[in-house]
Each structure stands twice: as C-alpha cells, then as structure tokens.
Write a protein that binds this ligand. Sequence first.
Ligand SMILES: [Zn+2]
Length: 495
Amino acid sequence: MTVKVSNLEQFLKENTDYIIYEHSVQTLENSEWIMAKTGLEKVIIVSGDKELLERLEGEVVEEGLMICPISHKNRLVLNSIFEWTKPKAFGNKITTIGLGDRLGMASPGHIAAIRDKKAKPVLAQQSIRELTLMDRTIDDIVDAASYAVFQEGYKEGYGADGDHLKEEKDIKRALDAGMTMLTLDCSDHIENTVSKYSTEELEKDYLKLPEEERLVYEKTYLEKSFSLKSFDISLTKEAIMYNVLLYKKALDFTVYVFDEYVQKASQAIDFELSIDETETVTSPSSHFFVANELAKRGVVVNSLAPRFIGEFQKGVDYMGDIKVFEEDFKKHTEIADKFDYKISVHSGSDKFSVFPIVGELTNGLFHLKTAGTNWLEAMRVMAEYEPELYRRMHRYAFDHFPEAQKYYHITPDLSNIPEVEDVTDGQLPDYLNDRNARQVLHVTYGVLLTATNPDGTSQFKQEFFEKMKKREKEYTESLTQHIGKHLELLNIPNH
Ligand SMILES: [Zn+2]
C-alpha cells in the first residue's frame, strides 16, 4: 500500500500552530516523519501505514497520520527505524568530545557546533550524582540525545557515556540503557593515604603482599627503563611500592569491570578509565605504571583520564603555569600513544588557555569532557532575556552557595562580585563573564533546580524550563558559539 505523503503536508498547512524543525524531515519508502513544536511541547508527526502507527504511541488525528509525544517508547521505535538515532562507540582513532546536557535541551546547540568538525560528540553524558540531582534517569538522557539528533537530522553518529560510574549496579544500568561509553571512576579504590606514607610505612604495607606478587612487580619494574618518545621512565623501589599500594585495588576493580561488563556487553563499548578524581596529581610514572599493569592484565582501554598538573576547576579557565602543564601533558600523551589509547581531559569546559596544547600534543586525537558549561550558557540566556527570573535565581544561588560548595573543589573570590540588586538589567550577562560568579552559578544548579516553595511546588525549576523552552533558539545560538570556541581553540579541523 502506498501512503499519500501529502497528508502530512496538508495537515501542517491546516494546523499552523505546529512549527517545524526544518532538519527533521525524514522520508522512508512508505512513511514520512517530522519533528514540530506546538506551544512549548515537541512532537513527532508521522505519516505511515497502520502497521507502523501501531508501533508508536500517540494520537491518530486522521487515517495514516499520528502525532506522537517524544516519549521513551517512541524513542525506541525511532532507534529501530533510524539507526543513526542510536548511540554508538567510536574506538580510539576518532576525536570525541563529551558534551553533557544537564537540562536535556543543549544537544541541538552542541550538534550545531560540531557537525562540520572532524570529531564526534558524546551527547549523552551524565554522572549518577547529576542524574540524582536533576531527578532524571539514564533513559531520559539517552531519549533527549536521540530526539536531538533526529530534530537536527544529524546522521554522523553520537556516543552515550555512563560517566564517572563507581558501582556495579550503575554500570549495569548504563549498559542496559544502551550506553556506548563507560567511564569507570575508581577513585573509591585508590588508596589516597599512601601519598602521605613515609618510606617505612610504604615498606610495612608492601611487605604484607604475598611474596610472589611482589616478585612479579619487582621483576617487571626494578632496574628497568622504559623508553617513551622523548623521555625514559624508571621506577625506584620506593616508587614501585608507592604505585602498587596506591593503585592495586583500583587495578583489580578495573580488570573485574572490564572482564565482567565491558567484554560481555552486547553493544560495542568505549571503555574509559578515570584516575583523575584523586587528591594527588598523576605523575607520568604513575600513569605509566597503571597503563602497563592494565596492558599486562589484558584490559583494553579506549581512553584514560589522569589528573593533570595545575587545576581544572569547573566552568573557568585552567589555573596554573601553562608551560609546566605543557611539559607534563606531553609526557602523558606519549604514554597514551605507547599503549594506544586516547588521553581524556575531564572538566574540560572553558579551559581555553590549554586547548591549543591539548590539540597539538595529541595530534588532534583525544577525548575531552565538558558538562556544566551548558548550564552556564542557559543562565546567560536567562540573564539576557529573562532578567526578572535571573535576578531571583542569582540571589538564591549566592545565598545558598556554602551548601553547594561542599560537593565541589572550587575557590571563587566572592569579594568583588557586585550585588545583583546594584546592577542594571543590561549588566546581568556580565556575571557570566566573571570567573568567580561563574563558579558560584556553576555549582548551585542543583540547589536552584531542586528548591521548593513552602507549599512544595518548585521555586524555579518549572518556570526556568518554561522560559528556556521559549528561548530555545537563543540557547542553541549561544551554545553553538560557546562550544564552537572550544572546538576552534582545540584546533579541530573541518570535515
Ligand atoms: Zn573526572
């Protein structure tokens, strides 16, 4: 049976309150699909035969024509029909950018920024902490990413990252939800106290390990020198003891997760190991030790995130000596090269001063994660277009900053930030250019979006989302520019 594709066109002509997303038009043999917005809600309008429409949920408005909500169930149908709406893995030969979308509204802007670039976006990327804070599920974030690529007609492929996962149950959840990248955060298994040990204490704990195990480590590292491209690594007995005690449990856990989950997953997985959430900077020799142990034990990582020298605080530029960073980063990239994985840079939002170094020293092959900066861009849009709401949110954020700060390592100087009551509407966006104000707004998003009135209703969340939906175009433009600046400075070429 051939379906008249014109019934969709006809419907849109008669129902002018549906605003079409122009890149979303898809035609298959006997069906036609389009994403549209009516009021503040997005829907997919499908013209097709009965069999197809029965698979979807929504309202049949006339024979062969259905208006479908952007629900989870419909997303799965979309995935089965349009392969490119499903997340995928990319392996270690493609540059990837993690573009976490805190609000579920940022992906169209992210896509616009990256679509002409020689890099792939990881559009779904959310840590469990962020999911809990925002009251979202893993399915919600994959839904948002899938619908965003559909809306933008982006067929180049995107990834979905179960970010900073620590527990088996969350790893399982992420894999079940179809995530294609797994970032294992083994910070709970890294023995941070070891960094404060004296030589005697190191020895004492090291000697508790079985002798045969110690002999293997010593045979591997003692009096050996490992050549990297521009430098050599050798570990003293003390360095061996230190690294073994610091990383032993983390390595065991990584091997377990790799064997038990990554290897057995039904989908291809980009496996990333993060050792960055620790108290101490990852030295090149520690990085080498971890990489070498993983390789020895048959673990293939696609990327690895060390903790680099200097500070990568949220939402602001790199803090530290750029020359020192460059020297240190070069060593890390050489280790990653030797073991054939990508260096991953976490907290990569807004680190403009080191982006050219990251791009150059990795030869353009790396993974970089950004997350909260799209929330700050949302606040910028509010500051520009919804000053009244912005003022209330700003006041609340600053009043509640101490409780939010507990969860983040940031050090803003609050003394020079003007009170929101003292500035004009036109000056509000300036807060988003001030590094100290940025940090406060960056970490208070959870506090803001979970704040409730005495009667239990949300204090900002509902109003904020409504206004953001109204400002969808402005938000997309602002992200295109802001993330575009990241990609530009990282020197990612066009296709
Ligand atoms: Zn990290």
